[in-house]
Ligand binder design. Structure first.
Ligand code: NI
Length: 162
């Protein structure tokens, strides 16, 4: 396993639509292991493959009381409610912004054994899932910031990021 360097904006890989995974192979398994090793080092709650330079539909999220889980080809199949949240991204250092996210989401994905799974989430985990799946579509949270006054400069921080 290896800790991978993080890609930061304006790296073009962050703006690509990531490719679907067709099957689990050693390369995907290594990517998942490396992302899981990298996530705590960069203080991530979640990490999407494009953030480590791989344009494939893989994310890892740290689920409370469960630990890190890989989601392959994740899709949001249901979302409900709306709330305003303060959000930041490990790939957009130095900023934080207010955007709208869902109250809860249901995500369908494959796990690392290619088993289909469904995950229902609220709170930070729901926010994290929407954020990481956005990364797979070449979107950054700043794309959801409605006006410049909702984006603020912040000092380099050690808090958890997405
Ligand atoms: Ni991010």
């Amino acid at each position: 396993m290896a800790v991978l360097p993080l890609r930061v904006a304006p790296d073009p890989v962050l703006r690509q639509k990531a490719k679907r995974v067709r099957a689990i192979d050693p390369k995907i398994e290594k990517l998942i292991d490396d992302m899981i090793e990298t996530m705590p080092v960069v203080h991530g709650v979640g990490l999407a493959a494009p953030q480590v330079g791989a344009s494939v539909r893989v994310v890892v999220v740290d689920i409370p009381d469960q630990g890190p889980v890989a989601l392959i080809n994740p899709e949001i199949v249901k979302r409900s409610g709306e709330r305003e949240v303060s959000e930041a991204c490990l790939s957009v250092p130095g900023y934080r912004g207010w955007i709208k996210r869902s109250n809860s989401v249901t995500v369908k994905a494959r796990d690392r054994h290619w088993k289909e799974i469904r995950l229902k989430a609220t709170g930070l985990l729901a926010q994290c899932l929407e954020h990481e799946i956005d990364h797979l579509n070449g979107l950054l949270y700043v794309d959801h910031v409605e006006s410049q006054d909702k984006l603020e400069r912040v000092e380099a921080e050690e808090e958890q990021g997405l």
